[in-house]
Structures are given as structure tokens and as C-alpha cells.
Design a protein around this ligand. Sequence first.
Ligand code: ADP
Length: 616
Amino acid sequence: MRPLLPKRELLLFLVAILTPCLVLVALSVRILEQERQLEQKRRAEERHRQLAGLSQELLARLERTKVDLAFSPVSAADELIAFVGILRSGQLVLPWDENAGIRNFRQAIGRARLSGLLRQAERDETNGSPGRAVEAGREAIRVAPSPAVQAYVRLLLARALRKAGQHQESLRQYELVFQSPPDLVDEYGIPLALYATPPLLERNLRKVEILQLARALTGGRGWRSPAALYMLRDLVRKLAAPDLETKLSGLIHDREQAEVFRQDSVRLLPAVQTLEPVWVSYGNPPWLVSLTPRRQLPEPMVIAVRLGELTDRMGLSKAQVRLATNGSGEPLGESFPGLRAAVPVRNDSGADSRQKLIIFALALVLSVTLFAGYLLWRDVRRELRLAEARSQFVASVSHELKTPLTAIRMFAESMRMDEDLDRHTQVGHLDTILQETDRLNRLVDNVLDFARIEQGRKTYRMQATSLVEVVEAAAKAMDYPMRESGFRLSVTTDGSVPAVPADRDAVQQAILNLLSNAMKYSGESREIALDLSRENDAGLIRVVDQGVGIPREEQTRIFERFYRVQSPENECLPGTGLGLTLAEHIIMAHGGTISVESEPGKGSTFTIRIPLEHEA
Ligand code: ADP
């Protein structure tokens, strides 16, 4: 069979639909890509702006801290400040390196008379003469020039007294030292009172006061030296005060980090000595370190600020800004070498919805185009099929007209030429002529009715009609041709089927079409049954043959106009493809239905169902 659409046309059709679709997809992809790039650019700009703002805010805050420090003394209790040092001839001097206490102590203890006595006492003590050491100690107390040195000497004396077995007196001396003010320190910056605590704790004395002292020394405003903090931590461990111990560990970590920074400062601080304010980041947890001039003093101040505390105070963590000296984020600019910041950038919901809109529009346009293409394709196929069927129809009609005409002409001629024909043969010839005329009539009726139906001009004359009579008339009309071709038509009618409003001729035409189909498609079989019965409120007219049958997939299509089942047997049978179309139209006009049950090779049953209650 020839394909309905030739390959070239099919290709053109596909190209016509698919090309715009592809162009559309390509354009949309391009637009989406541009959108994405634009969004990326916007985010980069936004991040840049935020970073610049953050850097400015941070700088303003830090510079204000510098100004505050220049006017007021710095307390070690300020959580923000890790240390404040002085840059003296390129060397970093830290607050615990030097203070008045340490300086005084060094000077006082260096005096000739005192140092002589102290050496004497220590010698006696180690040589096993604690008694003489006690003597030297008492003398030294008398000449001690300052309370700090006096306390220091008392510690030596207490130790010698203990060795000499004078425990009570020894404890009394320790008590005196313990009561000395906490800012009396030795040359390592260690408060002298601290030295007196172990012997007192040994005897379970002054526990509460010792804890008070430890607390005051840990949280005080003074900058304790690393040595003082180590000693304090040992004491706190003995006192079992975990909160103080944690605090001290933090402070010790700070001191150690500061000591390491002191070594690195030679490398780091020159970078800070610019005209622009610069804060270098250092250590872990990180500090920001900078320089600031001191009022009327040549040596600049070195300030280290705790970054964690600073971000807390500025509420940056709440704003989801993360500052760090390593890892993620972007550099915060020249004022903060080594510092990186990660700022949250808002998602542009507008861009999101724009993208969604483009994708939605694309999907819509594509599906509409493809669907329209499909509909067009279906219509074109249908039109082509119809056109083909029509051209076949013309050939079939011509062929069908020709057969009876040839027969009529042949028998008429034979009668005219042979005048001696006997009466019996004449009647036979005339019968054939009549039968062929009937067939011609039916064919012309079918074609004319079809033309009327197509133009919407077909009308039915409804009147009370007995279905029994119609069925019997149809059987009678087909009696002769059936007998001629050797068919046996068995007719059964149920007399109880009442009259219905119907167009008698039309219903008979429908039955005749079914009967002539049954003959045409009977193959070798010669048995046809026609019966009328009643089923509930309907009259059923059945035409049953045992012929070639109809494949299942064709059974719905045979009622289409011009449709004929394509098979080698059918090819040589005359037909227009209109018989069933007309029959269906007629029965539907009567409010009824026509259906088929068939199995190839076994035969077909066509059933007309006309409602008995039908109002015409
Ligand atoms: P036609 O003029 O071709 O008979 P119809 O509309 O009457 O047109 O029938 C349409 C097609 O249905 C036929 O071409 C035939 O293939 C099939 N058909 C109709 N009746 C029968 C039947 N009784 N047995 C087998 N096939 C049938």
C-alpha cells in the first residue's frame, strides 16, 4: 500500500515543526545563561559592597578603641584588649615586663648591706645552721628599705625558722607575708603573698582568704606576668576552683601568644607603620594588632584586640558575618592584611521567578506547538485518506454501474435478436433484467442518499411501521438474487414486536444493505439468517452469515464512509464503502444502534437495535 504521506512531505512537515522548536529552545537556553551570569555578577557586586561596608565599620570601631586607649589607662580586665605594649627602639615591651613594683624591688634588693645579709642567711641555711640564718634574716628585715623587700626577707626568715624547728614563729611570718598587699611583687612580677600560701594551705589555714586572693589576682585590673599566672594556676588547682582555672588557662594562652608575637613583631610591625591605619591579624584565637602614637611620647603604643570579642560586640555573628584568619571568605582589604570575611548575600527572588517564568513559557509554547502540529498532522492524514477513498469510490461506483448495465444490455439484445425464444427463457431473461435493475436502483439510491446525508438534506418520513413487515419485505426483495446464487436465507420473526414510528423504506434499505453484504462476503458458505426479535424495550434485527468475517481492529472502521477492508478477497468484490455508513445513519436517525460481532473465517453478525418507545 502507498504510504499516506510521502517521505519528502513527512520530512518537510517535521522540519517545519521542529525547526522553530529547536530555535526557541536554543534562544531560551541562551537567555537563561545570560540571566545566570547576570545574577552571578549582581551577587559579586553585592558581596563587594558588603565587604567594603564591613571593613569600614570594623576600622571605625577599632580606631575609636585606639582613641579611647590614648586617653584612659588600660585595664587587664577589659575582655576586648589582649594586651597594650610599647614599641621602644624597635623592641616590643609588654605591660608585665616592667612596672614600678618590679623596678623598686630590683633596686632595693641590690643594696650592698642588704644583699650581703641575704647571701649570708642563704649560706647558713644551706650549711645546716638555720639558727644563724634566722639571725641574719631578722637583721635583714630591719634594714629592708621597702615593704616588698621586707616581705621577701620574711619569706626567707619563715623558711629558716621552720628548719630551726620554730614552726609557730614560721607560720606567723608566713601570715604576715600573706597579708601584704597583692601588688607587692618580686622581680618576676609574682605577688609575694602568693609564696606564703602553700605552707598555710598545708596546715589548712586561711582557705577562704586564699581563694579570695586568687580571685582578686585573676580578675584584677593589673597585667599579671606569665610567671605569676602559672603560680596562680597551681594554687587554684589545689583549691579546686574550675571556673578560675579555665579563666587562668585563657590568660596564660594569651600571655604565651603575646610572647610569640614579641618574636614575630620585628617582622610584622613594620607593615603596620604606615600612614594609613592597618590592623594585622595574628594567632589563634585571632587578634588584630595595630600601632598608635602616644600623647607627647615618642614611642608608639602596640594594641592587640581580641577578634572574637570584637565581632560579638558588633553583633556580627548574629548578622551571619564570619571573620577568620584562614579558610573561607574573601580578603577584607588593605587595612586588614590576613583577615578574611564571609558575608551572607541575599538570593534575588526576582531572578528566580524570572527564570521559572522563562522555563514555563518555553514549556507552554513547545507543548502548544507540538500539540498543534500533531492535530494538523492528524487532520492532513484524515483528509488524505478521504481523498484517496473518494477517488476509489468513483472507480467502484463506475464498476458497480457497469456490471448490471452490461447484464441488462446482454439479455435485452439476446431477446431482440432471437425472436424464436421460448416463453420460459424469455421470462428468465426478463427476471434477470428486473433483478439487475433492482440492484442498479439500490446502488443509485445508496449514492443519492449518501449525497443527501453529506449535504444535510436527508429527511425521513416517520409513520407507524410494523418491523415484521419491513423484515419480511426485505427478505422477499432478496429472495430471488439469493436463490440465483444458491443461498439459503432463513427468516424468523417474532410477531409480538409492535409497530414503531419509522421510515419504512429507509429501514428496509438498511436491512437490504446488510443482506447484500452477507451475500458478498460469504465466501464458500451459503447460509444466511435474518431474524427479528424483542429484547426488553427494543426490536432486534440480526443478519448472520458464516462468511469471511472481519478482523477485530477493522470492526469500528467499517462504518466510516468509503471504508473497505483491504484484503485480497475483498479486492475482487464490487463495493463502494457506503453500505454500512448509510445503514448506521438510518438506524441512528431512528434512535437506534447498529453493531457487529465477527471472527475472521467464522462469519459476522450485524445487529440493528431500534427502541420500541422511540418517538419519531
Ligand atoms: P461495501 O460496498 O464495500 O460492501 P460496506 O460499507 O457495506 O461497503 O462495508 C464496508 C466493509 O465492511 C466492506 O468492504 C467489507 O470489507 C466489510 N463488511 C461488511 N459486511 C461484512 C460481512 N457481512 N462480512 C465480512 N465483511 C463485511
